[in-house]
Design a protein around this ligand. Sequence first.
Ligand code: HEC
Ligand code: HEC
Length: 336
Amino acid sequence: MIPTIRRVAATPFTVGLMAFAALSAMLSVSAPASADALQQQAQAVFGSGEAPPRQSSAVEAALGRVLFFDTRIGRDGTNCGTCHEQSKGGADGRKTALGAFGRQGKRNTPTIVDIVPQISMHWTGDRESLADQAIRALTAPPAYAHASADEALAVIKALPDLNERFNALYDDGVTAANWGKALSAYQEHLVTTSAFDRYLQGDAQALNTAQKEGLKTFINTGCAGCHNGRLLGGTSYQKFGIVADYTQYIGSQEDIGRMAFTGKESDRRVFKVPPLRHVVQTAPYFHDGSVAELKDAIDIMAKVQLGRTLSDDDNQAIQTFLQAVTAPMPAELQRP
Ligand code: HEC
Ligand code: HEC
């Protein structure tokens, strides 16, 4: 059984230590003799292939969907769907987000499909939950750009169709908490089943030979030490650049990451390990979208996190595996 790194206290030292410990533990696990052994190993690292039980109803999710795409709430019409698009794997295909009033954000837009469960939201984990994320988007300058949550809620209350839908569903009608609930519900329902999920659920034939080789390479290289759990990420915070300075490889300036949120020097360059489920559909890569190709992102990860140089075959194998952990975007992500 492979140890996974979970909720590690992220000092650069312990992070490095844990990654190396995980790596050496992995290297000492001999390659599984049969597909069954590989399947069991994968289940230990990534879980059962089942989505976690939903906390919300389909009716709440339906209201959330309407709100997600409504162009009347944001100060200049910007809405969640402006940046989280079905045709872009739930992201926007840009290096960094282009938001309200043409404002360029500083971070890359992640997907919002298959993002539960995670320890927190955003690249640095500065949003506690889906609800917290949605509520604070109302006042975020690149998103809805309102001066206060109350100003945003007043706009919603003044739209009779929305006001009515809130009242039908919640006793207290339009409130920030209910806005958060509805949007969490919608996103919680954006769940897909990939070939890899079916494999984890027990169908040994769900992955072909090349995809199984890729899975082995992903585990044996050490990627799964950080990219683990149902989402292949979202389970821990880790330093970007454990064995080498990432800025040298991605060609951009230092982003201090989680330190900007916690104020702790030990969180310098620490980021939440991003989920990789739909990563083949969400180029460009990394927190600032500075790397265009998945192949390059994988090589950089091996170098700066694990101190390894991947052969072209190993890189290709990992890409082939990542193809098997994605799936077509859910129909509910279409703008209604
Ligand atoms: C201007 C483009 C833009 C808009 C509008 C926008 N987002 Fe995002 N979204 C982003 C970016 C960029 C990030 C990453 C921010 C960060 O990590 O600092 C993000 C992150 C997220 C995340 C975190 C995903 C994860 O795995 O950590 C969720 C959830 C999310 N957005 C949902 C929403 C919802 C709901 C709305 C509408 C209320 C919305 N977004 C509006 C660009 C946008
Ligand atoms: C020590 C932990 C750790 C290890 C080991 C690790 N990663 Fe990562 N990975 C991260 C972190 C943290 C990030 C976010 C970096 C950033 O700030 O952009 C990341 C980002 C990525 C991204 C970009 C995701 C996106 O949406 O932009 C890919 C792809 C990726 N990793 C693949 C891999 C592969 C393949 C391996 C093995 C060769 C690997 N990682 C090993 C921690 C790790």
